[in-house]
Design a protein around this ligand. Structure first.
Ligand code: NAP
Ligand code: GCO
Length: 284
């Protein structure tokens, strides 16, 4: 391999991807393993951890998995301690775990609001706080946050999620500002609309077999007229975790098929026969 390309290797690194039993977290972890990293992950319950372990074993990846709720600091600290004891110091943290509640704001309860903020914003704070001391001591580290189109745009029914993802953009910038001096880079991935279980409700066929209105809408806002696949994000995830991105800090890198650059077209002008359809069985 040319010396330059070695900058994209994660050989010997310990990578922690939160909430990585399926979806984008699983895709990031697979990409990291294939780039040489040791994978550690958590999820919210043992069934999900077991599901994740089975997925990794199916791919020949020896992962370390444990139940850990990212909103509970004691569980997070116990997780980091267990990883340091069994695998090694964490070099890469991907704050991937997240939830969304699609509820009109005036109908959303404070508890529902707090649930989203706690997972999507406080969780990354807790997990980053847990790994930073060892990264400072080591003199290097990578923290990658899961931002979103909702870090820049609003839309109906996702007030808590947008507030959390907007806050996560600023947390990304603040970790960069406070810890860049220790050769720690904190950036964010800003995916567009990706086919995963989290967005499956937005693609459900209507009772008459027609497309979900949101499916047609988001394709009209995407130049490629398709949903993203988890594979579309793997290259950026590896890049931001590798030495190749050591002079990038505090950035949200949008990987959205062009949504944020395009005013969009009339959804009625779309020709569904041209769509490269999502195989929902792959959107796991
Ligand atoms: P997903 O399919 O909902 O997966 C999220 C994972 O996080 C699930 O395994 C989930 O477990 C876990 N999780 C939830 N709460 C947790 C907690 N308190 N502690 C530990 N794990 C927890 O989401 P995704 O589509 O893969 O997205 C992953 C991340 O990217 C999220 O932060 C999301 O906001 C962000 N994102 C997604 C898209 C997209 O279009 N899919 C676009 C932009 C950004 P459960 O099954 O129990 O919920
Ligand atoms: C929604 C979607 C989005 C995606 C993603 C877009 O309801 O609008 O769930 O929020 O999850 O965040 O980047």
């Amino acid at each position: 391999m040319a010396d330059f390309l070695k900058n994209f290797s994660l050989e010997g690194k310990v990578a922690w991807i939160t909430g990585a039993s399926y979806g984008l977290g699983l895709a990031y972890a697979v990409a990291y393993a294939e780039s040489g990293a040791k994978i550690v992950f958590n999820d919210i319950n043992q069934d999900l951890v077991d599901r994740g372990m089975a997925e990794y074993e199916k791919r020949g990846i020896k992962a370390f998995g444990m139940v850990c709720d990212v909103t509970k600091e004691d569980q997070v600290n116990a997780f980091v301690e267990a990883v340091e004891k069994n695998v090694g110091t964490i070099d890469i943290l991907v704050n991937n775990a997240g939830i969304i509640k699609r509820i009109p704001m005036v109908e959303m309860t404070v508890d529902e609001w707090n649930q989203v903020i706690n997972v999507d914003l406080t969780g990354p704070f807790i997990c980053s706080k847990a790994v930073l001391p060892a990264m400072i001591k080591k003199g290097s580290g990578k923290i990658i946050n899961a931002c979103s189109m909702m870090s820049e745009f609003g839309r109906e029914t996702v007030s808590a999620y947008a507030a959390a993802k907007g806050g996560l953009k600023m947390l990304t910038r603040n970790i960069c500002s406070e810890y860049g001096q220790y050769n720690i880079q904190c950036n964010a991935i800003g995916p567009g609309y990706i086919a995963t279980p989290q967005t499956a409700p937005l693609r459900e066929k209507q009772a008459d077999g027609s497309m979900h209105p949101f499916d047609r809408f988001i394709r009209s806002k995407t130049p490629a007229q398709r949903w993203g696949k988890t594979e579309d994000l793997m290259g950026l995830a590896v890049f931001l975790a590798s030495p190749a991105s050591d002079f990038i800090n505090g950035q949200v890198v949008y990987i959205d098929g062009g949504i944020s650059a395009y005013i969009g077209q009339d959804p009625n002008n779309l020709d569904p026969s041209k769509f490269t359809d999502i195989d929902e069985s792959q959107a796991q």
